[in-house]
Design a protein around this ligand. Structure first.
Ligand code: BES
Ligand code: ZN
Length: 881
């Protein structure tokens, strides 16, 4: 049987640290497999700590070389040490200097946490608990210290030496081929924000003048040869800096801001103070290898990490339960930035799609947890869609509930009151209460309760009384381990749409508080009566997706068509089209399930035709409206007894019928909207490209010979990655005759770009069709597959498990078995990557019984494995619970 699981860490057990660490002087002597770390700290007991209370420092796979207190080596009996823990039994009552020397092996660090090497470059990742893999420390976010870092390394291998803060000294080390540099970061910070980089990197330099006139050096460090791919990231950085000044009055606070791109990185990017480290896919771009989506992602991730300088770094988290304090707020900020840089409605729709496809299923499955969890076994497993995306929604609701002006007041107070603190969600909310006099006790439940509330809606119009009644009710469906959920405060933006498509003016509403077109639902049930409503309106509810809830509302086809055509809220126009498409897909799936003929309804086809030919609609919005709900979305909507094959059939059928019905309009759209001239990643041009490619996506299923030829030509002639990869996807996913030729040509062209080759792996892994699994297995042995590179693992394995519902959940169970095998292999080297991959099973209970049983036995195989990382053990236990 498997080993016992360690007890959970609980929010309610939080205690202040017994000791402070005020300053840290690190000397790091880099060697590939024998790096020496000397960590000199000034330590003092905190008020309230008993005299002589033991000092217990965290470690992880560390080797202690020496330890001295106030300049004297400690006697053996004065401390005890393991690789995971260093205890000094009775430290002095007065402040003291502690010098700890450890030895670590960057080359052997395959977990990519702590100090490791990526393509020869030394780099670090310390969030959440990686600093303890460098030295023994109070590795918790409420211990803030001022760091000075001296790096020593070979001059030849590591001409570039970087750490947090400002550079203060550098030079050669006498009688050696080594050199050093010293960095000082004046801003107290927790250990998770520590970083260093050393290697032979190219530098792209620029500058920025802050609003108070200070000059900041901006640098992006990349592998030699990639300099020309940094322009977009640098431009995004400068726009982020300007935006944060203009929008929130927040200015940068060091003399340099450095970004380093590395190719082996567990996450997307990391906000280390003054030295952000990025997965290179969120830095490098040129039209040849990056899609419009890549450009948009780079802009957003650069902004996100930059914005953390205030929301995360200057004001940090007291403990890891407060993760959403920095992540939810910073995601909200980067979403706002993108909305201002690009199209607000397009951004909103994109974000809601992400929320519904990632966070809603998480909230509905065994891994559900509140935005602020109360317990965890492994904190790395809580960097989730719930903490991030729902966390951002909660901040957005706060703005909706308070109004923009009061929201700003509260946030200003937060920055003023908590600058330099490690703080909590309560303290954050108190700022809004104090600044505005609002009681946010009920609002705070959004942080406490897991599960997506369902808001049910019933309406009736009484022509005699000229009243319009809306019955609202809210409920959170059962969540594992959560009893008696309470009603949340749900802001519902709305309008009453008249037959002419315009919002009606009505009399007062009874039974609910309304401000700024928003109803505030606060009870389990509320009856709202509008007076002076002359004719029957169509209720457009949850405009802009004003709350992360599901609506249970029946609207007729006519009503939805009215909203689709003329709701003044662009989000709800899009939503109405999607709702109609979803209803049709559910009906077709049902038919497929019972092996009946699939005949798509004419009205949905007509609606899609109307959208396609709407001359007013912004191309980007049109492309989104014409995107059918994904197979995963449909599965989620069905909720139980899911048959992925039936869903796939239904969706393909609707796509094909739409293509057939609107062939000429599609052809026109795909040519009319194809941008000409030099490639530009701006939102408008990207929107046109998206529409042109969306049209091609339908067109491609219509008629074999001629269409296949057209796709092939467009693939061959593409002058940018967006067009090339969408054509390649069609060639491969629709099994066109030239699919193999296209894959070969693509590979030849992009062999030397690992980011472009990730796409090559991903396209194949997500192809529907029963031969895909065999192909994916063989790709795992391809010379270009690299199990040590997280991006490559995600491109092949994660995208198979999460982006190929019919083949992952094959009815013979081999898809599950394949992922289980892969998880077990990867878990030995990189637990974080393995446990992420394992979350692809999170909706297994919703599958029809046969697949469900197969998923369970695959999961049990993992569970019975004795040597499982804490990361994967945590996920497997909760998934099977
Ligand atoms: N602080 C995180 C990076 C991180 C995540 C470190 C998990 C350690 C564990 C960073 O700010 C972040 O949130 N990055 C995101 C991208 C962002 C745009 C949402 C990521 O890495 O996915
Ligand atoms: Zn973040």
């Amino acid at each position: 049987m498997r080993s016992e699981t360690a007890p959970a860490i609980r929010l309610e057990d939080y205690q202040q640290p017994a000791y402070r660490i005020d300053t840290v002087h690190l000397t790091i002597r880099l060697q590939p497999n024998e790096t020496e770390v000397v960590c000199a700290t000034s330590v003092a007991s905190r008020d309230g700590t008993d005299a002589g209370a033991p000092l217990i420092l965290d470690g992880d796979e560390l080797t202690l070389v020496g330890i001295a207190l106030n300049g004297k080596a400690l006697d053996e009996g004065a401390y005890s040490v393991t690789p995971e823990r260093l205890e000094i039994h009775t430290p002095p009552a007065e402040p003291f200097e502690l010098v700890i020397t450890t030895r670590i092996n960057p080359d052997a660090n395959t977990k990519l946490m702590g100090l490791y090497r990526s393509s020869g470059t030394y780099c670090t990742q310390c969030e959440a608990e990686g600093f303890r893999r460098i030295t023994y420390f109070l590795d918790r976010p409420d211990v803030l210290a001022v760091y000075t870092t001296r790096i020593e390394a070979s001059s030849k291998d590591c001409p570039i030496l970087l750490a947090n803060g400002n550079p203060v000294d550098a030079g050669r080390i006498e009688n050696s081929d080594r050199h050093f540099s010293v960095w000082h970061d004046p801003h107290p910070k927790p250990a998770y924000l520590f970083a260093l980089v050393a290697g032979d990197l190219a530098r792209v330099a620029d500058g920025y003048q802050t609003m108070s006139g200070k000059q900041v050096d901006l640098n992006i460090f990349v592998e030699h040869g990639n300099e020309a791919m940094c322009g977009w990231a640098m431009d995004s950085l400068k726009r982020s800096m300007k935006w944060d000044e203009e929008t929130f009055g927040l200015e940068y606070d060091l003399e340099v801001f450095n970004i380093v791109a590395v190719s082996d990185f567990n996450m997307g990017a990391m906000e280390n103070k003054g030295l952000n480290i990025f997965n290179d896919k969120y830095v490098l771009a040129d039209p040849e290898t990056a899609t419009d989506q890549d450009y948009a992602n780079i802009e957003a991730v650069i902004a996100h990490e930059y914005f953390h300088n205030w929301t995360g770094n200057r004001i940090t988290c007291r403990d890891w339960f407060q993760l959403c304090l920095k992540e939810g707020l910073t995601v909200f900020r980067d979403q706002e930035f993108t909305s201002d840089m690009r199209s607000r409605p397009v951004k909103r729709i994109t974000d809601v799609r992400l929320l519904k496809s990632h966070q809603f299923p998480e909230d509905a499955g065994p891994l559900a947890h509140p935005v602020r969890p109360r317990a965890y076994h492994e904190i790395n497993n809580f960097y989730t869609a719930t903490v991030y995306e729902k966390g951002a929604e909660v901040v957005r609701m706060l703005k909706t509930v308070l109004g923009a002006a009061d929201f700003k007041k509260g946030l200003d107070l937060y920055f003023e009151r908590h600058d330099g603190n490690a703080t909590t969600i309560e303290a954050f909310l108190t700022c809004f209460e104090d600044a505005t006099g609002t009681d946010l006790a009920q609002f705070a439940l959004w942080y406490e309760q897991a599960g997506t509330p369902v808001v049910s809606v019933k309406t009736r119009h009484d022509p005699g009384n000229r009243t319009f009644t809306v019955d609202l009710a809210q409920e959170i469906p059962p969540v594992p381990g959560q009893k008696n959920s309470k009603p949340a405060l749900i802001p519902l933006r709305f309008g009453l749409v008249a037959a002419n498509g315009e919002d009606m003016e009505t009399g007062a509403a009874d039974g609910i508080e309304i401000a700024n077109d928003t109803m505030l639902l606060e009870k389990a049930r509320q009856k709202v009566v509008f007076s002076d409503v002359p004719s029957k309106p169509v209720l457009s509810l949850l405009r802009g997706f004003s709350a992360p809830v599901r609506l249970d509302q029946h609207q007729s086809e006519d009503e939805l068509e009215l909203l689709a055509a003329s709701d003044r809220d662009p989000f709800n126009r899009w939503q109405a089209v999607q709702t109609l498409a979803m209803q049709e897909l559910l009906r077709l799936t049902q038919l497929a399930r019972s092996e009946k003929p699939l005949t798509p309804s004419q009205s949905v086809l007509d609606l899609f035709g109307t959208v396609l030919q709407d001359a007013e609609l912004d191309p980007a919005l049109k492309a989104l409206a014409l995107t059918l709900p994904s197979e995963a979305d449909i599965a989620q909507e069905i909720g139980k007894d899911v048959d992925p094959d039936a869903i796939h059939q239904a969706r393909q059928r609707l796509r094909a019928e739409f293509a057939l019905t609107h062939r000429s309009a599609l052809l026109k759209a795909l040519t009319d909207h194809m941008p000409t001239g030099t490639y530009s990643p701006d939102a408008q041009t990207a929107g046109k490209r998206a529409l042109s490619n969306r049209a091609l996506h339908y067109f491609a299923v219509s008629d074999a010979e001629e269409t296949a030829q057209r796709v092939w030509e467009r693939f061959s002639n593409a002058d940018n990655m967006t067009d090339r990869i969408s054509c390649l996807t069609l060639l491969v996913h629709d099994g066109m005759p030239k699919r193999n030729e296209a894959l070969k040509a693509y590979r030849l062209r992009h062999e030397n770009s690992s980011l472009a080759m990730d796409k090559w792996f991903m396209v194949q892994a997500t192809a529907p069709g029963s031969d895909t699994l065999k192909l994916v297995r063989s790709l795992k042995s391809d010379a270009l597959f690299d199990e040590t590179n997280p991006n490559r693992v995600r491109a092949l394995l994660q995208s198979f498990a999460t982006g190929n519902p019919t083949q992952f959940a094959r009815v013979d169970g081999t898809g599950f078995e394949f992922i289980v095998e892969s998880v077990l292999e990867i878990d030995k080297r990189n637990p974080q990557v393995a446990s992420r991959l394992l979350t692809s099973f999170r909706s297994w209970r919703a599958l029809e019984s046969k697949r469900c049983a197969l998923a369970e036995s695959a999961l049990l195989k993992i569970s019975s494995c004795e040597e499982l990382s804490r990361d994967s053990r945590d996920i497997i236990d909760r998934t099977l619970q």
